[in-house]
Ligand binder design. Structure first.
Ligand code: NAP
Length: 252
């Protein structure tokens, strides 16, 4: 039996997920570094240190998810923290195309269903599939919690404000996938409230990563900190929240 708490971070081979893995290890966790490419996961786990272990996990591949859950069950018998971090922003944005130009090609009137489905497969259905597979392991831990890495761009309230400067990029692909993730977060939190398993959504802020061509203005250390803060909260903390930082709630 492993005494240290066990965390799984999906999409942890680079970006914010990798930093979350580093931070959780520094807080005494054993971290499973989820990576759809095992070799890249192994390289990332090596970078994090001995308490990090690579785990092949493609959130769009049911067999991969089931094998990952079985591996955790055999190895540790439980899961204390699940960080649903893996996501993609698009599959069809052309090199050099700005976010604004891409948004014009993905309005409700002209969006490619293939593009929308591909992003929702990872960002929405992928999260739900991992949730379903990991829930029996989370139920074996005491005080387990789930952190869904969402984005402020998914806030319906913010995008309904005419003064919100980024509302022109709100569309069916990435932004609405995060709105749907927020809805799943509330549904999961309601389902697990009687069992005391907390489910919270967070936004990392605009972070320099591969997801946005390194255009983000925050560092990965800054991007990881809210997910880590929420992952470490105790049993008296709230469930079903959407936050940017302590006392900084984002409207749904
Ligand atoms: P990133 O550097 O591109 O990392 C995304 C990670 O997700 C990568 O490890 C990627 O794996 C993985 N991934 C993608 N599809 C996957 C799949 N099917 N199965 C498993 N893993 C998969 O981006 P990031 O910025 O760190 O993003 C982390 C989270 O923060 C995402 O949920 C994102 O939406 C959110 N977020 C980011 C920002 C920002 O400004 N960066 C802002 C708000 C929210 P590969 O390396 O194999 O591609």
């Amino acid at each position: 039996m492993q005494d240290k708490p066990i965390a799984l971070v999906t999409g942890a081979n680079q970006g914010i997920g990798l930093q979350i893995a580093k931070d959780l290890v520094s807080h005494g966790f054993i971290v499973l570094v989820g990576s759809r490419n095992l070799e890249r996961g192994e390289a990332a786990a090596k970078e994090v240190g001995p308490d990090a272990h690579a785990l092949q996990l493609d959130v769009t591949d049911r067999a991969s998810i089931d094998a990952a859950a079985e591996h955790i069950r055999k190895q540790f018998g439980r899961l204390d923290v699940l960080i649903n971090n893996a996501a993609i922003s698009n599959t069809k944005k052309q090199p050099g195309q700005s976010v604004e130009e891409y948004a014009k090609t993905t309005r409700p009137s002209n969006v490619s269903f293939d593009e929308m489905r591909a992003v929702w497969d990872t960002n929405v259905f992928g999260v739900l599939a991992v949730y379903q597979a990991m829930l029996p392991l989370l139920r074996k831990a005491s005080g387990a919690r789930i952190v869904n890495v969402s984005s402020g761009v998914g806030s319906l309230t913010t995008n309904s404000d005419p003064d919100f400067v980024y509302r022109a990029i709100f569309g069916p692909v990435y932004p609405a996938s995060k709105t749907a993730l927020n809805a799943l977060t509330v549904a999961m939190a309601l389902e697990l409230e009687p069992e005391g398993i907390k489910v919270n959504a967070i936004s990392p802020g605009f972070t320099s990563t591969n997801l946005n061509g390194y255009a983000g203005t925050d560092t990965v250390e800054q991007g990881a900190r809210e997910a880590v803060r929420v992952a470490l909260l105790g049993p008296d903390s709230p469930t079903g929240t959407f936050t940017r930082w302590e006392n900084s709630t984002i409207p749904w």
